[in-house]
Design a protein around this ligand. Structure first.
Ligand code: CTP
Ligand code: CA
Length: 496
């Protein structure tokens, strides 16, 4: 009887231990899953913000960036959350009423105020960078450009954000920070692997930037930029061609075609049937156009399209000067350019135009063929096919497409083979390609020169590992305490 009672007691004790262990294991699993889930949840509340205004020649855009507050130095972490296009033309067009330049930014700035959490306003850096339109205005009239900048400065200072300055950035900065943006967004910087070149086409200037052989720095120091990012050194070739944005280039081409002073100009870069009266002043008022208005009493000429792609190519080629290179090699206008290297991302108007013409994924030869067909299409037909596109834009796509093909091949020396290295892009991972993000990352020191020390395990990994070790330790102790009881049971059985 006593033996049976002892066996019963032993069974009950074992059951209690098994129950206890089961409860413990279930609790452990629940705790583990909860920890893992909590660790992987984004820190919704903890975002920081930055604002950059891109005051371009044709328009101004306000970009809002955000990043997790605790991971500021992680590549790929800063992303664009919003872009607001300011109504009307670029700030340089306010030279007649400089005081109104600042007011034009108000509605986009109000939008930024409503999108960024109130408690973050005072710590959100706010920058404005002006590009080629303002560079040209400064060349024409420094005091007017100062007045325009003063007006935008006043408007931005009155916003609740942390105003950090409004300035005309250099062409070199524009090119180099476009390169930083593209490589940051495609996560190429931290890996230290190959980088991608950047091609930016604006209304008044165009930039080319790529990692080149270091020897180039000795040939032309003004085209060399060095960066040390995440522990890697980059020797960048960059050049900005002022006046080679697509709007200024059109003025250059028209000035060359109107030199004779004839009342009408037959232009192969515009569609057959296109005919518009233009004032000479719209062409000759730009500081990019060096020649004077033809000596005629008329104020205007008739611009007539003939839609001939091969003749258009000749017109466009005349805009470049291919003679007089004092370096080992040049692109055009006597500007040094080392051999092209690596893949390229082409954005801004490179993308707008090539995307409109549906040429973003064709070979160079096929692009030429398609463009020739497009240029020869009658103007009435083009208008019918694109009723939603502004006529001013629509009329210029044949010219702009021809210019882009010529700039990339005759100008930068891309060939049929290297054409495939160019990707026409608008955005990378949701953020617009352009100089603004790189500019902000640089000014906020968000890309460290040296690679940050990365722990061998992520935070969640440490927690999980610790949890498992504790669990193992616990079972080990439990096992030891149970074992200390087992020999006693056995000896009792033997005696019986
Ligand atoms: N959907 C669009 C948007 C813009 N454009 C044109 O593309 C050109 C360049 O636009 P953008 O890159 O915005 O130039 P900006 O930054 O204003 O000029 P810049 O960089 O030279 O200062 C302008 O002629 C603009 O009219 C276009 O053809 N189609
Ligand atoms: Ca631009």
């Amino acid at each position: 009887m006593a033996e049976q009672r002892e066996i019963k007691e032993n069974n009950a004790w074992h059951k209690a231990v098994i129950l206890f262990i089961t409860v413990l294991v279930i609790t452990a699993i629940v705790a583990l899953v909860t920890t893992a889930v909590l660790q992987n949840q984004p820190l919704l509340q903890k975002y920081k913000y930055g604002i950059v205004l891109d005051a371009g020649s044709s328009h101004t855009a306000v970009y809002i960036y955000e990043w997790p507050a605790e991971k500021e130095n992680d590549t790929g972490r800063v992303q664009q959350t919003h872009a607001c296009k300011v109504k009307g033309a670029g700030i340089s067009s306010y030279s007649v009423f400089p005081g109104q330049a600042g007011a034009s930014l108000k509605s986009c700035m109000k939008e930024a105020e409503s999108l960024i959490p109130l408690r973050r306003h005072h710590e959100t850096p706010l920058y404005l960078g002006a590009t080629a339109g303002m560079r040209l205005l400064r060349m024409e009239n420094q005091s007017l450009s100062d007045l325009v900048l003063g007006s935008v400065e006043e408007a931005l200072r009155s916003s609740p954000f942390s105003y950090q300055g409004a300035r005309i950035i250099t062409g070199q900065e524009e090119g180099a920070f476009g390169w930083v943006t593209v490589n940051y967004l495609s996560d190429r910087l931290k890996q230290g692997s190959g980088t991608t070149g950047a091609l930016d086409l604006g209304g008044a200037s165009t930039q080319i930037s790529f990692v080149a052989n270091q020897d180039g720095a000795e040939e032309s120091a003004e085209n060399a930029v060095t960066f040390r990012l995440y522990g890697n050194d980059y020797f960048l070739y960059t050049h900005s061609f002022l006046c080679y944005g697509k709007d200024q280039v059109l003025k250059l081409a028209l000035s060359q075609q109107t030199q004779s002073g004839d009342s009408s100009v037959l232009d192969p870069c515009f569609h057959p049937g296109y005919s518009v009266d233009r004032d000479y002043s719209s062409v000759y008022s730009s500081p990019c156009v060096m020649t004077g208005k033809p000596l005629v009493s008329r104020d205007s000429f008739t611009h007539i399209g003939t839609g001939n792609a091969s003749q258009c190519q000749e017109v466009v080629r005349r805009i470049f000067n291919f003679s007089g290179c004092s370096f080992s090699r040049c692109s055009f206008n006597g500007v040094y350019q080392p051999p092209l290297q690596g893949p390229f991302g082409a954005f801004s108007a490179f993308y707008f135009v090539m995307n409109f013409l549906n040429l973003t994924s064709d070979s160079l030869e096929r692009s030429r063929e398609k463009l020739a067909l497009y240029c020869s299409t009658p103007w009435t037909q083009i208008k019918q096919q694109h009723p939603d596109v502004k006529e001013k834009y629509l009329a210029e796509y044949c010219f702009s497409g021809s210019y882009i093909l010529s700039l990339l091949t005759d100008g930068y020396n891309f060939t049929s083979d290297t054409w495939t290295h160019i990707t026409f892009i608008k955005k990378i991972s949701g953020s617009d390609a352009g100089w603004t993000l790189g500019y902000m990352l640089n000014l906020t020191n968000m890309i460290p020169a040296e690679a940050p020390e990365t722990p061998p395990l992520p935070h969640a990994g440490y927690i999980t590992l610790l949890f498992f070790i504790s669990l193992l330790l616990f079972f080990f102790l439990l096992f030891l305490s149970l074992r200390s009881r087992w020999p006693r049971c056995n000896s009792q059985t033997q005696i019986i």
